[in-house]
Write a protein that binds this ligand. Structure first.
Ligand code: HEC
Length: 130
């Protein structure tokens, strides 16, 4: 191969690499990965899908988490290990990429995307003491 041909190959490679940025596909892949993670780790207590009740009645269904706080806030807790002050819930510590995936998935299933008007101020049957 002469110099010129080598440069052409290099250019072709760089060009192809530059084209690989399908942001949406990445997002979708992330959420899919997050779904796998939460199904494996969380679904024995939490409802992790768009419908259904939590197997553990004390564990909030994931689709309702955004009514309590922004989902992104969870990223920090996931990185440090969720300590909910609840002895039943094991402490999980996730890698940053797994956390991105979990957050992407959780955001994709929220039924109330941070709408303050949807906040129940005193849902019947719920106590606020911890
Ligand atoms: C063994 C059962 C169990 C498993 C497994 C479990 N949880 Fe929980 N989780 C609970 C319970 C029970 C609560 C309610 C705790 C409370 O209200 O104090 C809870 C609460 C939460 C909350 C809300 C905390 C808050 O302050 O309101 C989040 C977020 C959460 N879990 C995330 C997860 C994630 C993410 C996973 C999987 C990686 C997971 N949980 C796995 C039982 C579990």
């Amino acid at each position: 191969m002469n110099d010129w041909a080598q440069k052409r190959v290099l250019m072709a490679v760089l060009f192809a690499a530059g084209l690989v940025s399908p942001a949406l596909a990445v997002e979708k892949g992330l959420a899919d990965k997050g779904e796998v993670i939460v199904r494996e780790n969380c679904s024995r207590c939490h409802a992790v899908g768009l419908v259904g009740d939590s197997p553990n009645p004390d564990a909030p269904p994931f689709r309702t988490l955004s009514s309590k706080y922004p989902i992104e806030d969870l990223a920090e807790s996931l990185a440090e290990g969720i300590v909910s002050g609840h002895p039943e819930m094991p402490i999980f510590v996730f890698k940053p990429h797994d956390i991105d995936a979990i957050i992407a998935y959780l955001e994709s299933i929220q039924e109330t995307p941070s709408d303050p008007e949807e906040m129940p101020d005193a849902a019947p049957g719920q106590t606020t003491d911890g």
